[in-house]
Design a binder for this molecule. Structure first.
Ligand SMILES: *[C@@H]1O[C@H](CO)[C@@H](O)[C@H](O)[C@H]1NC(C)=O
Ligand SMILES: *[C@@H]1O[C@H](CO)[C@@H](O)[C@H](O)[C@H]1NC(C)=O
Length: 644
């Protein structure tokens, strides 16, 4: 398609024809030495085997070299670094045809290639050590590549860190050359037709893995058991952590008889459970309805007795109704649900459930209760909400119930009585950030590492941004942000809890207990503002990085006490001694940790006027990376400088 370099084809005639020599000189001068640029030749040759129906690459021409004296290329999709071609980013261009890897092999400084979202089909091109040995990232997702990937395709790619093959039609096993990539960090293969067992990846660098929506089967190797379950969803027959355990039977799962046997066993077990339930319900019905609540406890094992008794004791009593008849009990136990997408239950179900005290927070205790369905709920009791009217309270709960964000713990239902309120939320498996930061070391739990801590701060920030956009009229949309109100799910994604309560908490208790009321602006001017949550976020960042609990939260509101102990301490400590000793400080991460620490300190700026807005804090936090160096064009150019 593109002509071979004009100047070079002319130049080998120059000895014989003076005229063509002159023309050659002219052409060479005109094209500013482009013809002698091997990168240009290689790219044009590469282009000639592509199909480019929409002319997306029309800017690729000999008139100007691809990387001329700057890092900005005039050629579409070429990323330059110090005058050399560093990246090829040809995405969403409707390209097809042949990928001429041999031509690309001439681009000695090429480190990252993306052909995502095009129409390439057929077999994957052979990209091995000899041709693109220095490549760090290869993105081929969202094309129509098909067929098995030959075992040697990625042989000896010592530098390859990111490989995206998602949403193609690849088949067969994961090739051994991928399993062996020594520096692999990020592998996406979702949405293909890969099959076979998941191999035991040798490298311990692997951070991101997605194998979902393929036809894999068998046991997930133990090394991968900490990955997110969604990395493995939508496969034929995968089992073991993080998914359900494999059946104990040693027979291969692809034997149809075995699957059938399992289905039959499961059906029988379910039937037995159902039968038992029916019998249980029938038996219960025959008993007098107004038996005393104590009888249930007496029938249960002693170990449960105490825990459950405490829940009953704490949960709304029925003192108001002298007779325990059904009619007077019903309205008493009505929970109001604030969302439609959750299982319904009532207070009785929670009372029957064996409950466990999770902890006593400032406002009252929280309990974990398992419903008959197995779903876990957290019930939190508030006594300090009795100054708001019923209407106002309900309206606010409905507002909170409409909130939905991956970083918010969803409010599911509430129970209203004048003297006390119960808020029912979902249960989150790993408990609070505070527990992980301050009290898990004895239990043999590994301390949170830096990438996890960074992820938690980023998630918290996203949750806050969402609250700010959804509750614009509330002065401090969260109002009570602290590490014990940040819960962690199985993949350490943070979920904010106890948010949006400023409007319904009694002022008196709020002053005593809520984090917002510990802020410098409250202590100084007795006011909280939109920026108060920014301060709380700053304190949380410092707490997460230093592992130190902000002591001033413990003091119950002493107006005038403006000591921000943690902030002072952080400012006084030199170098990396400031960081939590439980968190490994790797040289490659330290400057990013420092960056986050500085943001934390700035958020804690005591002068509200000088303190940054949440939006600015969020933008800056988003820029903090796990490590200084990143290897692809999805990171900024300043970082690109470190790649070489
Ligand atoms: C590819 O296309 C999908 C939808 O068509 C889009 O969501 C995605 O961002 C695109 N990817 C890239 C890298 O442009
Ligand atoms: C894997 O990919 C699927 C499909 O795109 C997505 O739903 C899932 O969240 C991904 N999981 C991870 C851990 O990236």
């Amino acid at each position: 398609m593109a002509p071979p370099s004009l100047s070079s084809s002319l130049s080998h005639h120059h000895g014989r024809h003076p005229l063509s020599f002159a023309i050659a000189l002219l052409v060479m001068a005109y094209s500013t030495a482009a013809g002698s640029n091997p990168d240009l030749d290689a790219l044009l040759k590469f282009k000639s085997s592509l199909k480019d129906p929409s002319g997306a690459l029309s800017s690729w021409s000999e008139s100007r070299p691809p990387c001329h004296n700057s890092d900005r290329s005039t050629w579409t999709g070429i990323i330059c670094f110090k005058g050399s071609i560093w990246g090829l980013q040809l995405e969403n261009k409707g390209l097809g045809g042949l990928i001429d890897v041999d031509s690309l092999a001439h681009l000695k400084s090429l480190r990252t290639i993306s052909f995502m979202n095009n129409s390439f089909d057929g077999h994957i091109p052979t990209i091995n050590r000899l041709r693109l040995g220095y490549l760090k990232a290869l993105y081929l997702s969202n094309n129509m590549f098909s067929g098995d990937i030959p075992d040697s395709t990625f042989d000896g790619m010592q530098s390859l860190k990111k490989l995206h093959l998602a949403n193609n039609q690849f088949t067969g096993k994961i090739p051994n050359s991928i399993v062996q990539l020594p520096r692999l960090l990020d592998l996406r293969m979702e949405g293909n037709d890969f099959s076979g067992a998941i191999p035991d990846f040798v490298q311990n660098t692997l951070k991101v893995l997605n194998l979902s929506d393929n036809a894999f089967e068998g046991s997930i190797p133990a090394r991968l058991s900490k990955m997110d379950p969604s990395s493995f969803s939508g496969n034929k027959a995968l089992c073991d952590a993080p998914l359900a355990p494999c059946p104990a039977s040693p027979s291969p799962p692809d034997d149809p008889w075995t699957s059938l046997t399992w289905i039959i066993i499961i059906v029988i077990v379910l039937a037995v459970i159902l039968l038992a339930l029916i019998i249980f319900i029938l038996l219960n019905r025959r008993q007098p309805r107004d038996r005393s609540p104590g009888s249930l406890e007496a029938a249960s094992p002693p170990s449960h007795l105490q825990k459950r008794a405490s829940l009953k004791e704490e949960l709304p009593s029925r003192q108001g109704s002298p007779t325990h008849s059904t009619t007077s009990r019903k309205p008493d136990t009505k929970l109001t649900f604030v969302r439609d997408d959750k299982e319904r239950f009532d207070l009785q179900d929670l009372l029957k459930a064996s409950a466990e005290i999770l902890g006593s927070g400032c406002f009252g205790s929280s309990y974990k209760a398992a419903l008959t369905s197995g779903t876990m709920m957290v019930v939190k009791r508030f006594r300090q909400m009795n100054n708001v009217g019923k209407e106002e309270f309900q309206e606010h709960m409905r507002r909170l119930g409409r909130l939905s964000h991956p970083n918010l713990l969803a409010l599911v239902a509430y129970y209203y009585r004048k003297e006390e309120k119960l808020l029912v939320s979902e249960f989150v498996s790993r408990g609070s950030l505070a527990v992980h930061l301050h009290s898990n070391h004895g239990k043999g739990q590994p301390a949170l590492d830096w990438p996890t801590r960074l992820k938690i701060i980023k998630g918290v920030t996203k949750g806050l941004l969402y609250l700010y956009s959804e509750l614009p009229t509330v002065t401090a949309p969260h109002g009570h942000l602290k590490s014990s109100n940040v819960l962690l799910n199985h993949s350490f994604e943070p979920l904010l809890h106890d948010y949006g309560l400023v409007p319904v908490i009694n002022q008196e208790s709020a002053k005593e207990l809520m984090v917002s009321y510990k802020s410098p602006e409250y202590l100084k001017n007795a006011r909280i503002t939109k920026k108060t949550d920014v301060w709380s976020l700053g304190m949380l960042i410092l707490e997460v990085l230093t592992g130190k609990f902000p002591a001033n939260f413990l003091q119950k509101g002493h107006p005038g006490n403006q000591e921000q102990d943690l902030v002072k301490w952080v400012k006084a400590v030199e170098g990396d001694a400031v960081f939590d000793k439980e968190m490994k400080v790797l040289p490659s991460c330290e400057s990013e940790m420092m960056k986050l620490l500085r943001i934390g300190l700035e958020c804690c700026e005591a002068d509200v006027e000088k303190r940054m807005e949440l939006k600015d804090a969020a933008d800056r936090i988003a820029e903090v990376k796990e490590k200084e160096v990143d290897d692809d064009f999805y990171s900024s150019y300043s970082q690109a400088a470190d790649v070489r």
